[in-house]
Design a protein around this ligand. Structure first.
Ligand code: ADP
Length: 322
Protein backbone atom coordinates (compact mmCIF):
# COMPACT_ATOMS: atom_id res chain seq x y z
CA UNK A 1 0.00 0.00 0.00
CA UNK A 2 1.26 3.52 -0.83
CA UNK A 3 2.12 5.83 2.06
CA UNK A 4 -0.42 8.56 2.80
CA UNK A 5 0.72 11.99 1.67
CA UNK A 6 0.61 15.14 3.73
CA UNK A 7 1.75 18.67 2.95
CA UNK A 8 3.07 21.62 4.93
CA UNK A 9 2.92 25.32 4.10
CA UNK A 10 3.80 28.69 5.65
CA UNK A 11 1.35 31.55 5.10
CA UNK A 12 0.84 35.25 5.88
CA UNK A 13 3.65 37.18 7.57
CA UNK A 14 6.90 35.24 8.02
CA UNK A 15 8.34 34.65 11.49
CA UNK A 16 11.63 33.29 12.80
CA UNK A 17 11.06 29.68 13.84
CA UNK A 18 8.80 28.78 10.91
CA UNK A 19 11.69 26.70 9.49
CA UNK A 20 12.01 24.83 12.77
CA UNK A 21 8.28 24.05 12.62
CA UNK A 22 8.51 22.83 9.00
CA UNK A 23 11.51 20.68 9.93
CA UNK A 24 9.59 19.10 12.80
CA UNK A 25 6.58 18.43 10.55
CA UNK A 26 8.73 16.81 7.85
CA UNK A 27 10.69 14.59 10.22
CA UNK A 28 7.71 13.56 12.34
CA UNK A 29 5.71 12.84 9.18
CA UNK A 30 8.42 10.54 7.84
CA UNK A 31 8.68 8.84 11.22
CA UNK A 32 4.92 8.26 11.16
CA UNK A 33 5.11 6.68 7.70
CA UNK A 34 3.69 9.61 5.71
CA UNK A 35 5.09 10.92 2.45
CA UNK A 36 5.55 14.65 2.93
CA UNK A 37 5.44 17.60 0.52
CA UNK A 38 6.34 21.25 0.98
CA UNK A 39 3.88 23.71 -0.57
CA UNK A 40 5.60 26.81 -1.93
CA UNK A 41 4.33 30.31 -1.12
CA UNK A 42 1.43 29.55 1.16
CA UNK A 43 -2.04 28.95 -0.23
CA UNK A 44 -0.83 30.13 -3.66
CA UNK A 45 1.15 26.89 -3.88
CA UNK A 46 -2.02 24.85 -3.36
CA UNK A 47 -3.71 26.77 -6.18
CA UNK A 48 -0.72 26.24 -8.50
CA UNK A 49 0.01 22.61 -7.58
CA UNK A 50 3.40 23.74 -6.35
CA UNK A 51 4.21 20.66 -4.24
CA UNK A 52 7.85 19.78 -3.55
CA UNK A 53 8.70 16.32 -2.20
CA UNK A 54 10.57 16.54 1.11
CA UNK A 55 12.82 14.03 2.82
CA UNK A 56 14.75 14.00 6.09
CA UNK A 57 17.63 15.91 4.48
CA UNK A 58 15.45 18.57 2.79
CA UNK A 59 15.20 20.32 6.15
CA UNK A 60 18.86 19.97 7.18
CA UNK A 61 20.55 23.24 8.16
CA UNK A 62 17.29 25.12 8.54
CA UNK A 63 16.54 25.10 12.28
CA UNK A 64 18.70 28.17 12.90
CA UNK A 65 17.52 30.19 9.90
CA UNK A 66 15.01 33.05 10.02
CA UNK A 67 12.32 33.55 7.37
CA UNK A 68 10.76 30.49 5.74
CA UNK A 69 12.44 28.22 3.22
CA UNK A 70 9.00 27.33 1.80
CA UNK A 71 8.45 31.07 1.19
CA UNK A 72 5.20 32.68 2.20
CA UNK A 73 2.51 34.79 0.57
CA UNK A 74 -0.84 36.38 1.04
CA UNK A 75 -3.25 34.79 -1.41
CA UNK A 76 -6.34 36.85 -2.29
CA UNK A 77 -7.37 34.16 -4.82
CA UNK A 78 -7.54 31.50 -2.11
CA UNK A 79 -9.65 33.76 0.10
CA UNK A 80 -12.92 32.99 -1.76
CA UNK A 81 -15.19 29.92 -1.91
CA UNK A 82 -13.93 29.21 -5.46
CA UNK A 83 -10.31 29.48 -4.37
CA UNK A 84 -10.81 27.13 -1.43
CA UNK A 85 -12.66 24.63 -3.67
CA UNK A 86 -9.83 24.75 -6.24
CA UNK A 87 -7.19 24.23 -3.55
CA UNK A 88 -9.15 21.30 -2.07
CA UNK A 89 -9.51 19.72 -5.53
CA UNK A 90 -5.78 20.10 -6.19
CA UNK A 91 -5.00 18.41 -2.86
CA UNK A 92 -7.36 15.54 -3.68
CA UNK A 93 -6.05 15.18 -7.25
CA UNK A 94 -2.52 14.93 -5.82
CA UNK A 95 -3.66 12.45 -3.13
CA UNK A 96 -2.73 14.91 -0.37
CA UNK A 97 -4.56 13.59 2.68
CA UNK A 98 -3.96 16.55 5.01
CA UNK A 99 -2.15 19.88 5.35
CA UNK A 100 -0.24 21.54 8.18
CA UNK A 101 -0.60 25.34 7.95
CA UNK A 102 1.85 27.58 9.80
CA UNK A 103 0.71 31.22 10.02
CA UNK A 104 -1.48 33.78 11.75
CA UNK A 105 -5.23 33.96 12.28
CA UNK A 106 -5.93 34.79 8.62
CA UNK A 107 -4.14 31.57 7.70
CA UNK A 108 -6.21 29.73 10.35
CA UNK A 109 -9.42 30.88 8.65
CA UNK A 110 -8.05 29.42 5.42
CA UNK A 111 -7.22 26.14 7.22
CA UNK A 112 -10.75 26.02 8.65
CA UNK A 113 -12.27 26.54 5.18
CA UNK A 114 -10.01 23.91 3.63
CA UNK A 115 -10.88 21.43 6.40
CA UNK A 116 -14.58 22.09 5.73
CA UNK A 117 -13.93 21.43 2.03
CA UNK A 118 -12.71 17.93 2.91
CA UNK A 119 -8.94 18.31 3.39
CA UNK A 120 -8.00 17.79 7.06
CA UNK A 121 -5.90 20.73 8.25
CA UNK A 122 -3.91 21.36 11.41
CA UNK A 123 -2.78 24.95 12.08
CA UNK A 124 0.28 26.17 14.00
CA UNK A 125 0.56 29.79 15.26
CA UNK A 126 3.51 31.45 13.51
CA UNK A 127 3.65 35.23 13.86
CA UNK A 128 5.95 37.60 15.71
CA UNK A 129 2.94 39.59 16.97
CA UNK A 130 1.71 37.11 19.66
CA UNK A 131 -1.78 38.07 18.52
CA UNK A 132 -3.34 34.59 18.41
CA UNK A 133 -5.91 34.90 21.18
CA UNK A 134 -6.15 31.16 21.92
CA UNK A 135 -2.40 30.67 22.44
CA UNK A 136 -0.19 32.13 25.15
CA UNK A 137 2.65 32.07 22.65
CA UNK A 138 3.23 32.35 18.91
CA UNK A 139 6.36 31.23 17.06
CA UNK A 140 8.65 34.20 16.36
CA UNK A 141 7.57 36.37 19.30
CA UNK A 142 10.66 35.74 21.41
CA UNK A 143 13.11 36.33 18.56
CA UNK A 144 11.37 39.56 17.55
CA UNK A 145 11.44 40.84 21.12
CA UNK A 146 15.12 40.04 21.50
CA UNK A 147 15.77 41.98 18.29
CA UNK A 148 13.81 44.94 19.66
CA UNK A 149 15.74 44.87 22.94
CA UNK A 150 19.03 44.80 21.06
CA UNK A 151 18.00 47.72 18.83
CA UNK A 152 16.64 49.81 21.70
CA UNK A 153 19.80 49.17 23.75
CA UNK A 154 21.75 50.60 20.82
CA UNK A 155 19.42 53.59 20.63
CA UNK A 156 19.84 54.07 24.36
CA UNK A 157 23.61 54.49 23.95
CA UNK A 158 23.16 57.46 21.65
CA UNK A 159 20.08 58.75 23.50
CA UNK A 160 22.09 58.76 26.71
CA UNK A 161 25.12 60.46 25.18
CA UNK A 162 22.97 63.36 23.97
CA UNK A 163 20.44 63.60 26.85
CA UNK A 164 17.66 62.86 24.39
CA UNK A 165 14.37 61.03 24.24
CA UNK A 166 13.84 58.17 21.75
CA UNK A 167 10.27 57.40 20.76
CA UNK A 168 10.32 53.91 19.25
CA UNK A 169 7.56 52.18 17.33
CA UNK A 170 7.61 48.38 17.58
CA UNK A 171 5.52 45.82 15.68
CA UNK A 172 2.52 43.86 16.92
CA UNK A 173 -0.39 45.05 14.76
CA UNK A 174 -3.33 45.40 17.16
CA UNK A 175 -1.52 43.51 19.91
CA UNK A 176 0.57 45.42 22.48
CA UNK A 177 2.56 42.43 23.81
CA UNK A 178 5.82 43.22 21.99
CA UNK A 179 5.60 46.82 23.24
CA UNK A 180 4.76 45.86 26.82
CA UNK A 181 7.40 43.16 27.23
CA UNK A 182 10.19 45.04 25.47
CA UNK A 183 9.20 48.30 27.17
CA UNK A 184 9.77 46.66 30.55
CA UNK A 185 13.00 45.00 29.39
CA UNK A 186 14.46 48.25 28.05
CA UNK A 187 13.37 50.43 30.98
CA UNK A 188 11.04 52.61 28.90
CA UNK A 189 9.66 55.66 30.74
CA UNK A 190 6.33 55.23 28.94
CA UNK A 191 4.74 52.33 27.04
CA UNK A 192 1.74 52.90 24.78
CA UNK A 193 -0.36 49.91 23.69
CA UNK A 194 -3.61 49.68 21.72
CA UNK A 195 -5.34 47.75 24.53
CA UNK A 196 -5.17 50.68 26.98
CA UNK A 197 -6.35 54.18 25.97
CA UNK A 198 -3.77 56.83 26.75
CA UNK A 199 -3.59 60.51 27.51
CA UNK A 200 -0.37 62.04 26.17
CA UNK A 201 -0.20 64.64 28.94
CA UNK A 202 -0.66 62.21 31.81
CA UNK A 203 0.88 59.02 30.41
CA UNK A 204 3.88 60.47 28.56
CA UNK A 205 4.69 64.13 29.24
CA UNK A 206 4.00 64.06 33.00
CA UNK A 207 6.00 60.82 33.39
CA UNK A 208 9.00 62.31 31.59
CA UNK A 209 8.76 65.51 33.65
CA UNK A 210 8.57 63.66 36.96
CA UNK A 211 11.51 61.37 36.06
CA UNK A 212 13.41 64.43 34.89
CA UNK A 213 12.75 66.11 38.25
CA UNK A 214 14.47 63.17 40.02
CA UNK A 215 17.55 63.50 37.82
CA UNK A 216 16.86 61.31 34.78
CA UNK A 217 18.25 62.88 31.61
CA UNK A 218 17.48 60.44 28.80
CA UNK A 219 14.28 58.63 28.00
CA UNK A 220 12.87 55.77 25.97
CA UNK A 221 9.20 55.71 24.98
CA UNK A 222 7.93 52.48 23.38
CA UNK A 223 4.87 52.79 21.14
CA UNK A 224 3.03 49.77 19.72
CA UNK A 225 2.34 49.70 15.99
CA UNK A 226 -1.40 49.68 16.77
CA UNK A 227 -1.01 53.09 18.45
CA UNK A 228 1.43 54.64 15.96
CA UNK A 229 2.09 58.37 15.60
CA UNK A 230 5.71 58.38 16.87
CA UNK A 231 6.54 61.57 14.90
CA UNK A 232 3.76 63.57 16.56
CA UNK A 233 4.45 62.09 19.99
CA UNK A 234 8.12 62.98 19.62
CA UNK A 235 7.35 66.58 18.55
CA UNK A 236 4.96 66.99 21.44
CA UNK A 237 7.53 65.72 23.98
CA UNK A 238 10.15 68.12 22.63
CA UNK A 239 7.72 71.07 22.64
CA UNK A 240 6.44 70.46 26.15
CA UNK A 241 9.59 69.29 27.96
CA UNK A 242 12.39 70.92 25.98
CA UNK A 243 14.10 67.51 25.72
CA UNK A 244 15.34 66.79 22.21
CA UNK A 245 13.29 63.84 20.94
CA UNK A 246 13.75 61.49 18.00
CA UNK A 247 11.19 59.08 16.51
CA UNK A 248 12.32 55.65 15.28
CA UNK A 249 10.24 53.02 13.52
CA UNK A 250 12.05 49.69 13.82
CA UNK A 251 10.00 48.08 11.03
CA UNK A 252 10.70 44.78 9.30
CA UNK A 253 14.09 44.20 10.89
CA UNK A 254 11.98 42.77 13.75
CA UNK A 255 10.83 39.93 11.48
CA UNK A 256 14.32 38.64 10.68
CA UNK A 257 17.21 36.88 12.33
CA UNK A 258 18.10 33.48 13.66
CA UNK A 259 15.34 32.14 15.95
CA UNK A 260 16.01 32.02 19.69
CA UNK A 261 16.08 28.77 21.64
CA UNK A 262 12.48 29.38 22.77
CA UNK A 263 11.23 29.78 19.20
CA UNK A 264 13.15 26.74 17.93
CA UNK A 265 11.91 24.60 20.81
CA UNK A 266 8.23 25.58 20.71
CA UNK A 267 8.17 25.38 16.90
CA UNK A 268 9.63 21.88 17.12
CA UNK A 269 7.06 20.79 19.73
CA UNK A 270 4.17 22.26 17.74
CA UNK A 271 5.30 20.71 14.44
CA UNK A 272 5.59 17.31 16.11
CA UNK A 273 2.14 17.63 17.69
CA UNK A 274 0.51 18.74 14.42
CA UNK A 275 1.59 15.58 12.59
CA UNK A 276 0.51 13.36 15.50
CA UNK A 277 -2.96 14.95 15.22
CA UNK A 278 -3.15 14.20 11.48
CA UNK A 279 -2.05 10.64 12.22
CA UNK A 280 -4.93 10.34 14.72
CA UNK A 281 -7.31 11.42 11.96
CA UNK A 282 -8.00 14.86 13.44
CA UNK A 283 -9.04 17.81 11.29
CA UNK A 284 -9.71 21.54 11.79
CA UNK A 285 -7.49 21.74 14.88
CA UNK A 286 -4.96 24.35 15.96
CA UNK A 287 -1.95 23.57 18.10
CA UNK A 288 -1.58 26.16 20.87
CA UNK A 289 0.32 26.78 24.07
CA UNK A 290 -1.74 27.25 27.24
CA UNK A 291 -0.17 27.35 30.71
CA UNK A 292 3.13 26.08 29.25
CA UNK A 293 1.46 23.01 27.71
CA UNK A 294 1.11 22.27 24.01
CA UNK A 295 -2.53 21.34 23.39
CA UNK A 296 -4.99 21.42 20.47
CA UNK A 297 -8.31 23.20 19.98
CA UNK A 298 -11.00 23.35 17.32
CA UNK A 299 -9.99 26.14 14.90
CA UNK A 300 -13.43 27.78 14.94
CA UNK A 301 -13.48 27.82 18.74
CA UNK A 302 -9.91 29.11 18.83
CA UNK A 303 -10.78 31.98 16.48
CA UNK A 304 -13.59 33.03 18.85
CA UNK A 305 -11.40 33.27 21.96
CA UNK A 306 -11.36 36.86 23.24
CA UNK A 307 -8.02 38.60 23.59
CA UNK A 308 -6.53 38.82 27.07
CA UNK A 309 -4.12 41.62 27.86
CA UNK A 310 -1.91 41.45 30.95
CA UNK A 311 -3.18 44.55 32.75
CA UNK A 312 -1.28 43.66 35.96
CA UNK A 313 1.99 43.60 34.04
CA UNK A 314 1.09 46.88 32.36
CA UNK A 315 0.43 48.47 35.75
CA UNK A 316 3.70 47.04 37.07
CA UNK A 317 5.57 48.62 34.15
CA UNK A 318 4.42 52.06 35.32
CA UNK A 319 5.96 51.54 38.74
CA UNK A 320 9.17 50.06 37.42
CA UNK A 321 9.93 52.81 34.94
CA UNK A 322 9.51 55.82 37.23
P1 ADP B 1 -1.84 35.88 8.77
O1 ADP B 1 -2.02 34.42 8.57
O2 ADP B 1 -0.42 36.22 9.12
O3 ADP B 1 -2.87 36.46 9.71
P2 ADP B 1 -3.30 36.98 6.49
O4 ADP B 1 -4.41 37.54 7.32
O5 ADP B 1 -2.77 37.82 5.39
O6 ADP B 1 -2.01 36.59 7.37
O7 ADP B 1 -3.81 35.58 5.90
C1 ADP B 1 -2.97 34.78 5.08
C2 ADP B 1 -3.79 34.16 3.98
O8 ADP B 1 -4.80 33.32 4.56
C3 ADP B 1 -4.57 35.13 3.11
O9 ADP B 1 -3.79 35.68 2.09
C4 ADP B 1 -5.67 34.25 2.56
O10 ADP B 1 -5.22 33.49 1.46
C5 ADP B 1 -5.95 33.32 3.72
N1 ADP B 1 -7.12 33.82 4.46
C6 ADP B 1 -7.18 34.94 5.27
N2 ADP B 1 -8.42 35.14 5.75
C7 ADP B 1 -9.19 34.14 5.23
C8 ADP B 1 -10.58 33.78 5.35
N3 ADP B 1 -11.43 34.51 6.09
N4 ADP B 1 -10.99 32.68 4.67
C9 ADP B 1 -10.14 31.95 3.92
N5 ADP B 1 -8.82 32.24 3.77
C10 ADP B 1 -8.36 33.31 4.41
Amino acid sequence: MCAKKIAVLTSGGDAPGMNAAVRAVVRTAIDEGFEVYGVMRGYNGLLKNDFVPMNIRSVSDTIHKGGTSLYTARSPEFNSPEGVAKAAKNCMDNDIYGVVVIGGDGSFRGARDLSNAGVPCIAIPGTIDNDITSSDYTIGFDTAMNTVVDMVDRLRDTTESHDRCSVVEVMGRRCGDIALYTGIATGATAILVPEVPYDIEKDVIARIKSSSATGKKHFIVIVAEGVGGVEEISKRIEAETGIESRPSILGHVQRGGSPTLRDRLIASQMGYKAVKLLKEGKSNRVVVMQNSEIIDLDITEALNVKRKFDVDLFNASKVLSN
